[in-house]
Write a protein that binds this ligand. Structure first.
Ligand code: SF4
Length: 434
């Protein structure tokens, strides 16, 4: 977090891998004074950064992924031989610092933010805290949202609108792709208009987003309910209980259960008090351990039952396989799995929410290689549910993981459940169309 106190910035950065955000910052809060601030939870680099340049003092936070980091760095050195960048661990450049270098090469914050949108391949939404106010710049294609909340005497801007309600803010405005605004005590000033083309990440609704967040007018939990209902309409399994793999599978499963009229149950309960988030640790074995220990089965609800679980997605499938093994150990009669999105065929090249995910570890890609004996030249046939190769791939995953049956949501119904138009959402990780 960084706060402007009228003269300088108070900044606090903590590692929250094993602690919640609030516990780490609590002792500092009384000392931090000021009425403007920015903050960010970053899996990769320490931020916000505090900068002093010809544009003045500012702090900067970014969310996104810069694929051409090396190229932008070389260009900056070629243009200004006497600039430097600090290295963070393993010789890497801090991407947020590089964005500040791009901004500082221009004559105003507006030009700098527009330059960053133009140069960056990938995506990058930016917050700049300056003595004059807070600049908010949504990434060029709007892969991530930026939403403004308002209450009587203040504004806030956030990627997750779930932050608003308990702090007394109400939804006010959502930035369009590439739009830039300046928030001040006087109000919101538009610095650059939205661009035409939007490709917001569909995975925000399927998995990444918090259920009480709303993007582009569609709430995450409501999308999951609609998506689960659509899956149920395409299904005809005889079952005793429908359930969701906590947490992000639950909304999809409730939709499935309501539509199919098969009772919803919780054969697994999520146990969180002593375990950190499984999303964050970059080490896969720690993530698996945390995920496994957090799911506690209720054998009485499992034994002899035909169960269907909705999961948000199948990435590697390791955690899901362990959960299903546990259910069989508790004498489940059948365990059917429904993925709330199509098979993930490509790694994401636009966001850094899953940097630890390598394409070759994806369950679908592994299945394809097992079937073909090598990487095929084209993956298109595996993206098409009407194609025999797709059917073979799904069978391969299902038998490898010992599921009684496996079905993936189709892309059409998933995009329909989001409901903002297929031309506005990114579906690259499922069909290579970004
Ligand atoms: S590739 Fe997938 S995860 Fe990445 S932005 Fe597109 S939909 Fe989201």
């Amino acid at each position: 977090m960084a706060i402007w106190n009228g003269k300088s910035f108070n900044r606090a950065i903590h590692n929250i891998e094993n602690t919640q955000f609030r516990a780490k910052f609590e002792s500092e809060l009384p000392k931090i004074k000021g009425n403007m601030g920015i903050g960010c939870i970053s899996d990769t680099e320490p931020q916000p950064l505090t900068v002093r340049s010809h544009l003045g003092q500012y702090t900067i936070s970014t969310v996104g992924r810069i694929n051409n980091l090396a190229q932008i760095t070389e260009q900056a050195f070629a243009k200004h031989q006497n600039i430097h960048l600090l290295e963070i661990n393993k010789g890497l450049i801090n991407p947020t610092e590089l964005v500040s270098v791009i901004i500082d090469q221009e004559d105003s914050f507006k030009d700098g933010l527009l330059k960053a949108q133009e140069l960056i391949e990938g995506s990058c939404s930016i917050l700049l805290l300056t003595p004059q106010g807070i600049y908010a710049s949504r990434d060029r294609y709007g892969r991530t949202p930026l939403i403004i909340g308002k209450k009587k005497d203040s504004f806030c801007v956030s990627l997750e609108s779930c932050a608003f309600a308990n702090l007394g803010f109400k939804y006010d405005y959502e930035l369009g792709p590439g739009e830039i605004v300046l928030l001040t005590a006087e109000g919101i000033e538009r610095i650059a208009p939205p661009r035409d083309k939007m490709r917001i990440c569909a995975f925000l609704w399927v998995y990444y987003g918090y259920p009480s967040s709303t993007y582009e007018g569609m709430n995450v939990e409501i999308m999951r309910n609609r998506n689960g209902a659509a899956m149920a309409r395409n299904d005809n399994e005889d079952l005793d209980i429908v359930s969701g793999i906590p947490d992000s599978g639950v909304g999809h499963a409730i939709g499935y259960s309501n539509e199919s009229r098969i009772p919803y149950g919780r054969p697994f309960i999520k146990y969180t008090p002593t375990w950190a988030r499984s999303f964050m640790p970059q080490n896969q074995s720690i993530r698996n351990l945390v995920a496994r220990m957090k799911l506690m089965p209720i054998p009485d609800l499992v034994s002899g039952k035909r169960l269907l679980f909705c999961d948000d997605s199948i990435v590697r499938g390791t955690q899901l396989r362990e959960s299903v093994d546990l259910l069989y150990k508790c004498n489940a009669r059948e365990v059917h799995i429904r993925s709330a999105c199509p098979p993930i065929i490509h790694g994401c090249k636009y966001l850094n929410f899953s940097t630890s995910r390598s394409e070759m570890e994806l369950a679908a890609r592994n299945a394809i290689i097992e079937l073909e004996g090598k990487e095929p030249e084209s993956l298109d046939e595996y993206c098409d549910p009407a194609n025999e190769k797709y059917t073979q791939m799904v069978k391969q995953i299902s038998s490898k993981f010992s599921f009684s049956s496996l079905k993936f949501q189709n892309i059409h119904d998933m995009v329909e459940a989001i409901g903002i138009g297929s031309d506005k959402v990114c579906t690259y990780c499922w069909n290579g169309k970004g």
